[in-house]
Write a protein that binds this ligand. Sequence first.
Ligand code: FE2
Ligand code: FE2
Length: 482
Amino acid sequence: MPDGMNINYDGLIPNNVDLNADQRVRKALETWHPGYIDWWKDMGPIGFQESLVYLRTAIGVDPKGWAKFDYVKMPEYKWGILLAPAVPDRKIPFGKHKGEPAWQEVPGEYRAMLRRLITVQGDTEPASVEQQRHLGATAPSLYDLRNLFQVNVEEGRHLWAMVYLLHKYFGTEGREEADELLQRRSGHADTPRMLGAFNEATPDWLSFFMFTYFTDRDGKMQLEALAQSGFDPLSRTCRFMLTEEAHHMFVGDSGVQRVVERTVEAMKTAGITDPYDIEAVRALGVVDLPTIQKKMNLHFSLTLDLFGNEVSTNAANAFNAGIKGRYREDKLEDDHSLLDATYPVLRCIDGKLVEEQVPALSALNLRLRNDYVQDAGTGVVRWNRVIEKAGFNFRLKLPHVAFYRHIGEFASIHTDPEGNILSDADWAAKKDEFLPNDADAAYITSLMVPVAEAGKYAGWIAAPKLGIDNKPGDFEYVQIVA
Ligand SMILES: [Fe+2]
Ligand SMILES: [Fe+2]
């Protein structure tokens, strides 16, 4: 087998990094392990820890058959450390070290920068598990419950992936960071998670689907950028994480689509023609399309904040250093150093949105965000096809990038979802039309009743077209043990 294809399942920590030959790291991870299990029990999914969940577990890193499915109790899930196979003679693909051999050890001058990037990425993984921990109690089906738990255990594994890098390559400081990753708490007043969107509540299942569609997709973009890294262990780690990440976005994409399907189906059956007749639609026990739009507005804008400032020296430095690349750097055709290039940035100048050319190196956060916006648009097209096919005159739309922002160029202004600047007074008056308000939240909460009978779905969401692992419609994805 090629390097990195063998997984050792014998020890406490399944891995393809030959932990047995690295007693120091192995011991460090085995010491970290009990704290992780305590964290999982304290902050992981509430309940269901004794239940048997039909989960996939990574058993290899071959793209053609890397996972197996079986019933597992979540605390017994095999959280392994898996790196994508090494690319022989890999070179640093961008920045000022472009063309030099990829680093197998941390370059001293970039140690702090790398540690920071790995810690921030690592922090998002347990954060999302914490945000989603209440959702098991209101799952609309066993299928959805299983998908939630699949996402949760894999975010746990992504934490392991980052913790491995910290322990292996960053000495005492790495160990301290790894410990702190288990101490911060999403939404905590004193010890919050590091990034804003990961301290927001995920109060209901529509939020969960929006989160996995929009926010896990930010994860994908960050992982794509780090997969290009000249620091080879980080690149290989992120490449394998991306394999799992695809399912998280599928859960969100298909989740929102199933909500839309159910809504338009119920409207059609009831003979409702006006999608804005919210009262009539809600009387059917489904989520009206304008509320779906509001949820999108919220999750999209919160996620855009994760890309940071449009113009950023940190981003320029990380690229220049060969640490964090662009989306699909290896597919781009330019000089991969960007020293002479410029890039257009939409800025807020004297109360107006104006496009300005800035040095491309300093605009890399924005560039990644632009790639994200394009990627995030693809699902919206699919959702709209469902609405169009049902014959309704309504289209979902990503809000303007300036809408409801808290970081970057637009943090100091208010706009409507079209990007028109609003006064503070206008914003205060109209905010409830753009973002979910208390009444919307109360209505959605009222729909969140659990359905735990195999093959049955809550009334506000359609059944999926296909089962997980080709299982039949009435498959018992979770064997619930109270
Ligand atoms: Fe993740
Ligand atoms: Fe994810």
